[in-house]
Design a protein around this ligand. Structure first.
Ligand code: HEC
Length: 138
């Protein structure tokens, strides 16, 4: 049994492969939560457009806008970056987005006006992405 010691030495390494990966750090958790909020906002944003195209009542659009606002408020309270200066800048940009989005609560959410309001909402998403997102496409 000349191979014995080798096999025994190899076993712990195999067992280590089955170990769960180390849990995410608090910063990773926040970065993930941030992306989750972004994805949820994006989905509502697309659905809002679908609702307008399907000529749904303005209340539906306003509900989606409220969902986007709530998500943006949650995201604005996360500090997803390691750099405090970057987190401050992100929070500042979020302030501007929230102001613009709250103004749109009073917009007409139907017909061409509704589509224009939807575009203004998307325009309000963009500046922060240009500054802080690696793949800014909106
Ligand atoms: C104050 C800044 C800010 C605002 C406002 C903002 N975003 Fe983002 N968004 C980011 C950052 C930063 C990322 C990149 C996150 C990362 O990858 O670390 C991002 C990423 C995303 C992503 C990509 C998520 C993924 O799958 O990786 C989507 C989609 C997105 N945002 C949608 C939106 C929409 C829609 C709005 C407006 C309703 C919006 N964002 C407003 C900062 C912002």
């Amino acid at each position: 049994m000349r191979r014995g010691p080798f096999v025994i030495a190899f076993l712990p390494a195999l067992a280590a492969c089955g170990d769960p990966v180390s849990p995410p750090s608090p910063l990773e958790e926040k970065a993930r939560a941030y992306i989750r909020e972004m994805k949820a906002m994006d989905l509502e944003y697309e659905r809002l457009h679908d609702d307008l195209a399907a000529k749904k009542p303005p209340e539906d659009a306003k509900r989606r806008l409220a969902t986007i606002l709530a998500g943006a408020e949650r995201a604005s309270r996360l500090s997803p970056r390691a750099s405090e200066a970057e987190n401050r800048d992100l929070a500042f940009e979020f302030g501007k987005f929230l102001d613009a989005a709250r103004k749109l609560e009073a917009a007409t959410w139907s017909g061409d006006e509704g589509v224009r309001a939807w575009r203004r909402l998307g325009t309000a998403c963009a500046p922060c992405h240009e500054l802080y997102r690696k793949d800014p496409d909106r």
